[in-house]
Design a binder for this molecule. Structure first.
Ligand code: ADP
Ligand code: MG
Ligand code: MG
Length: 315
């Protein structure tokens, strides 16, 4: 049995589930937003000392021991009962749900895409950049700091421009990458409120998204162009042509090695191609989106993920 930790409205989940259906592979959605209102979780110790875990919702009872492969598309926020109103109680209930759900995975003997603990650790851009450089990928000169003097010194020392961006990218807190303009230098003091990532600007507006599934790489170039301030391709994707792209073989090999070193079976990496044609590594998203690439280029990424899950389930 294949488990998918996600929610029913997720388009990536629907795409992969469709491929699993066509392969006749049994799968079950573990929708954490049903916890605690619409899903009952129980874990108990049996008389022989082993532990059971059960997930029950409108789709039926699931013995978690039957789940052999899990796609950790990422849990959805818990939806608490309306009777729980005080912020302190809601925070407590939320934390308890999270702790139980995180612990439930110990009731499975499953292979993960990706392991939740690795997913979290692998999301850290500081670690990614260090490992990427060690793997032989080119990375931009970078300074992460909440010290305004350090930030100003870094910006002043970069002749061709600097971008700034955030560490975290959860949907609620996402901030796009922007260029530090001359008029922004006066606001750099604001880094004392929260650390910021400053990075050498890789100019040219050529973005590459390279999705790695179990060692296979599906790369695409996104030409969004860029203004003097906005350069993040997600700010306006309406006119950005997306075309299949071949990473140079050494870059591809190093990326596959990096994703493996991060402990991931799947990851979506962002590169920028500099004016010299060199691929500069920006980041790996352990649960990154790929449908926009699949739809534009026809690359069979959802099918590759389904195949991986089927293989892990059978092992
Ligand atoms: P995240 O997607 O997690 O916010 P990224 O590092 O992928 O962070 O940055 C988002 C986008 O901003 C990139 O895809 C790219 O278009 C642009 N960008 C990020 N870093 C740079 C850089 N150093 N030089 C030029 N553009 C950049
Ligand atoms: Mg990105
Ligand atoms: Mg990201």
């Amino acid at each position: 049995m294949i488990g998918i930790v996600s929610h029913a409205g997720d388009l990536h989940t629907q795409a992969v589930a469709g491929h699993l259906d066509r392969r006749g592979a049994g799968h079950r959605l573990l929708d954490t937003s049903r916890v605690p209102t619409a899903a009952a979780l129980t874990s108990r110790q049996r008389p022989d000392g082993t532990w059971t875990g059960t997930w029950s919702d409108a789709d039926g009872d699931l013995d978690l021991a039957d789940v052999r492969a899990v796609w950790w598309r990422r849990p959805q926020p818990f939806v608490l009962h309306d009777e729980v109103t005080r912020p302190h109680d809601r925070g407590f209930a939320h934390g308890e749900c999270a702790a139980m759900v995180a612990g439930l995975w110990s009731c499975m003997d499953a292979r993960w895409v990706n392991d939740p603990d690795r997913d979290e650790a692998a999301s850290r851009k500081m670690w990614q950049l260090q490992l990427a450089a060690r793997a032989g990928l080119r990375v931009p000169r970078t300074c992460m700091t909440n010290d305004p003097d350090e930030a100003r010194a870094f910006v002043a020392a970069e002749p061709d421009g600097v971008v700034y961006k955030s560490f975290s990218a959860t949907p609620r807190t996402w901030r796009e990458t922007r260029r530090v303009r001359a008029q922004d230098v006066g606001t750099i003091d604001a880094v004392r409120f929260a650390p910021v990532i400053f990075q050498e600007l890789v100019p040219g507006g050529r973005d590459v998204r390279a999705t790695v599934v179990d060692g296979r790489v599906f790369a695409a170039e996104i030409r969004a162009g860029e203004s003097a301030y906005e350069l993040d391709f997600r700010i306006d994707t309406t006119h950005a042509p997306i075309t299949e792209h071949r990473l140079p073989p050494p870059v591809e090999e190093r990326l596959v090695a990096l994703v493996r070193r991060l402990g991931l079976r799947y990851g979506a990496a962002d590169f920028r191609v500099g004016p010299d044609g060199e691929h500069v590594f920006l980041e790996v998203n352990p649960a990154g989106q790929w449908l926009f690439v699949e739809l534009a280029t026809g690359q069979p990424i959802s099918a590759a993920l389904a195949d991986l899950l089927v293989r892990l389930d059978a092992d």
